[in-house]
Design a protein around this ligand. Structure first.
Ligand code: FAD
Ligand code: NAP
Length: 543
């Protein structure tokens, strides 16, 4: 491992600086990676495209944005002091509060001095001669590092569909994933919203309260469960804080890394009345716990349909106009696309100023100067909101020109879908790690513990290398192939891999259709990562 270049290890360093470690991204992953690297005495520099920390919570400032994993769980775990001192105000905290938390962490652990903001990493090339990574930033900076950690996020490259006429629109356009920093007020405006995923369902009820007219263009309706968000129950928060470790231990043995009750009994063994009662209880509690009602909801089509029909019944109960209720009702597999956790979404369609347009059969033809057209009908707007999601999991990495040994391009290696070992490492790309990369449970879990687990694994690996005099680590091709096959086989066992979701890249034209996250569950994954280490970094070549 190279000597610490102390002179260069501050944010004022410029072209030509060498670091032990370059970290790309200053979201929760990059921030914690920096903290761990410093603790190990490594010189590290974080490059962040945005002007501040927080990643997802820096960019996604749309009205209504909040976490849908409960805040007491959607928090860092690495510092007991931090866990004890921080107070969340709501069951599911809003984006401004999560961003404040990220900033608090940056200040508390004095992270900013090693983060270079407003700097995009454009290229990372492994240099066969030096055995180091040559890194180029968008401002022309050239950097060198022994190790690179891609903490670039799974949902960090906005998907803007290539609608014809996009530039001709005279009004304002917004993407939920790139929301302006200043307040956006839709009062007195006619607003069109494209998309009905999590970002749309959070923002639509709030935008509807402001806009004169809000028109939602829906391609696929989504399943939702209610959030029942509320001010933080102080007794609950105190109870959790009295033994945070216990909550986290319970979460570690759950498939999604979230402490929710899961009953493994099959849905079809219960009577209609028992099932109804169970679903009602889960519904009344709110959140992802609904998925834990029965053990076979994602394994058995018939079982799944009992949950799907229950949710469709809820839509019919809530939405006044039966035709609109029908249009809002999904008929694909329940939980196949990412489940949304909502607050008053369906109720919003009872408002006189909200309408729903089905674009499933007849897509949006084009954006016009005044709005957009569907099936020959013109819709006029003052603003269009694109809630059209992300090029998930691989998009951000592939926007960087990454080249491994012998100049192999990551884009070529992943032409038919991502290949990684454990979602942590890519064969042929030595000393580069990905945090919650494709092939790890990542987006199927509570992301904060998953991020910390990856960062801890990487940090421990770097420490092991230093102690054993290793300069280079790379995953072996065979280990990677075996893991990719295992990821694929595991995906095939669940109903989740069957629909056109962003999990399989279906939202991006031309993207290879591969189920990207690892479906084997968080506990099995933790076990595998630990086993690899116990067996002397099995599947990795160290030199
Ligand atoms: P990010 O937060 O995405 O940060 C990556 C950073 O890397 C970004 O700041 C980006 O600017 C930077 N970057 C990328 N490429 C480059 C480059 N080339 N050069 C320089 N910088 C670069 N997960 C949950 O578990 N629970 C939730 O409730 C939840 N809610 C979410 C709500 C929204 C609206 C979204 C979009 C996602 C949500 N997620 C949730 C997932 C969320 O992304 C993760 O929880 C987590 O915040 C990811 O942190 P990260 O650091 O890995 O990535
Ligand atoms: P998304 O789930 O991918 O939803 C995008 C929406 O846009 C979909 O309804 C999609 O329709 C539609 N769309 C895309 N292209 C279109 C086109 N050309 N014409 C018409 N409609 C089009 O994206 P997201 O809502 O931003 O959420 C992404 C992920 O981020 C979530 O699944 C979740 O993991 C995370 N997130 C979490 C929260 C939270 O509650 N904490 C909030 C926001 C996001 P199709 O379904 O037909 O493709």
């Amino acid at each position: 491992m190279s000597e610490v270049n102390a002179g260069a290890a501050h944010a004022g360093a410029k072209v030509g600086s060498d670091f032990d470690l370059v970290i790309v991204g200053a979201g929760f992953a990059g921030m914690y990676m920096l903290h761990r690297a410093r603790g190990q005495g490594l010189s590290a520099r974080v490059f962040e495209a945005g002007s501040g920390v927080g990643g997802t919570w820096y960019w996604n400032r749309y009205p209504g944005a909040r976490c849908d994993v409960e805040s007491m769980q959607y928090s860092y775990q690495f510092s007991e002091e931090l866990s004890q001192e921080w107070e969340w105000s709501e069951r599911y905290s809003p984006q401004p509060e999560i961003l404040t938390y990220a900033n608090h962490v940056a200040d508390r652990f004095d992270l900013r001095s090693d983060i270079q903001f407003d700097t995009t990493v454009a290229a990372a090339h492994f240099n066969d001669d030096t055995g180091r990574w040559d890194i180029e930033t968008g401002d022309g900076g050239q950097w060198s590092a022994q190790f690179v950690v891609m903490a670039t996020g799974c949902l960090s490259s906005a998907n803007m569909p290539k609608f014809e006429g996009l530039d001709s629109f005279r009004g304002d356009t917004y993407h939920t994933g790139h929301w302006p920093h200043e307040d956006v007020d839709f009062t007195g405006k006619r607003v069109g919203v494209i998309g009905t995923g999590s970002s749309a369902i959070q923002s639509i009820p709030i935008m509807a309260e402001q806009a004169t007219q809000l028109t939602v263009f829906q391609r696929t309706p989504n399943y939702m469960v209610p959030a029942h968000n509320a001010p933080m129950d102080q007794a609950y928060a105190a109870e959790v804080k009295s033994d945070y470790g216990a909550l986290r231990e319970r979460a570690r043995v759950r498939p999604g890394g979230i402490d929710i009750e899961i009953d493994l009994a099959p849905a079809l063994e219960a009577s209609d009345q028992e099932r109804r009662q169970r679903y009602e209880e889960k519904w009344a509690y709110g959140g992802f716990g609904f998925m834990g009602a029965y053990g076979d909801l994602m394994l058995n089509e018939e079982a799944n349909d009992t949950a799907a029909e229950f949710v469709r019944g809820k839509i019919r109960d809530v939405v006044d106009d039966p035709a609109v209720a029908d249009l809002l009702s999904p008929h694909n597999t329940f939980g196949c696309k990412r489940l949304c956790v909502d607050s008053n979404y369906w109720q919003t369609y009872n408002r006189d100023n909200v309408s729903l347009v089905d674009v499933s059969e007849k897509p949006i033809e084009r954006i016009t100067s005044a709005g957009l057209s569907v099936d020959g009908q013109e819709f006029e707007f003052d603003a269009i909101v694109f809630a059209t999601g992300f090029d998930a999991m691989t998009g951000t990495l592939l926007r960087i020109d990454i080249q491994g040994i012998g100049g192999q391009k990551l884009a070529d290696k992943w032409a038919e879908g991502p290949k990684t070992y454990l979602g942590l490492s890519i064969a042929g790309f030595p000393n580069m790690f990905t945090v919650t990369g494709p092939g790890s449970p990542s987006v199927l879990t509570n992301m904060l513990p998953s991020i910390e687990q990856h960062v801890d694994w990487i940090s421990d690996c770097l420490d092991y290398m230093r102690r054993n005099g290793h300069a280079r680590i790379t995953s072996e091709s065979q280990a990677e192939e075996d893991w990719v096959e295992h990821v694929r086989d595991t995906a095939g066992l669940s109903l989740r891999s069957e629909c056109s979701s962003w999990y399989v890249g279906a939202n991006i034209p031309g993207k290879p259709r591969v189920f990207m996250p690892y479906m084997g569950g968080y506990p099995a994954y933790l076990e595998k990562c630990a086993e690899v280490v116990e067996n002397g970094y099995q599947g990795f070549a160290l030199s």
